[in-house]
Design a protein. Sequence first.
Length: 356
Amino acid sequence: MSQILNHEISIEKTNYSRIKEQDINNTSFGKVFSDHMLVATYKNDSWQEVKIVPYGNLEMSPSMSSLHYGQAVFEGLKAYRSPDGKPLLFRPEANHKRINESAFRLCMPPIPEDIFMTGLKELIRLDADWIPTQDGSVLYIRPIYFATDESVGLKPASSYKFIIISCPVGAYYSEPVKLIVTDKYIRAAEGGTGAAKCAGNYGGSLLADMEAKQQGYDNVLWLDGKEKKYIEECGTMNVAFVINDVVVTPKLTGTILAGITRDSVLTLLRDMGVKVEERLISIDEVVKDYQDGNLSEAFGMGTAATIAHISTINYQGSDMILPPVSERKYAPQVLQRLEDIKTARVTDTYGWVCQL
Ligand SMILES: *Cc1c(COP(=O)(O)O)cnc(C)c1O
């Protein structure tokens, strides 16, 4: 089926901007939304309508199929400001590619480039005033894509909505995070949906996350679903360890979400001359390296936090306490470099930064 290209985007501007009521540099994460949203509709085998409208509620049927069977995927990216105030996006085409890979796994049609990329840029240009000016605060952008068939018959839906909303957010984690390894729950298994950013993966992780918090930890460190031996991810982030001055991160086996932050961090580290290994890494290996004094750093990687330093990892009842962040060499340096690129404080030689 051929996609009709050059979808026209209609724009209905709000006649009342809520920005005056908000201190956008000080909002709690994900609760205040910018003035507009993009809404695109797929039905009868094609993308029908693409519009930017004032942010507001949607009408839905109680039989809406994504509520029943979970054909729902999403993305997360951020808009930044350059030192002279210009709005910037970071690698948005990678989010476009990934939402289509997630969509493929869930039997959903691809979103054409002119809807995702042009729609995203138009929307953020229109709501650019919502990008915070304070250091560390940004506009978080959430594309969502879900099935809208009015039917409880189980099959790939024939109608969908693709929506983009955004919200100003402050710095995500200020403190280093404490993790607890779970061998009770898994987030993904071979052949499953772990590599797709689909809604169901997150619903399925909440109980493990809640139990981790009840035990005094911030997030779960996930092991593989088969042997419960190899490290996969932490919370909803990719994870890396510094062992004997080598940055080691789990390789993408199909059960791990291929993070754009992960890819950016690994690229920067390699270009800084750091040795990077993408391979299987067992929890036993990490414990042994910790005991031998070879584990100097551990960190999570994802758009929300960029890099989250890990202070503690609990495995089978004992805490491994890692060196303080002030003594770390690699993660703080690569975090600074990545933030400088994202905010155009240094020249982007990678073609990652996207002007609006
Ligand atoms: C989104 C996500 C990540 C991080 O991906 P980024 O592209 O870096 O934001 C990692 N793991 C999971 C499970 C995720 O959902």
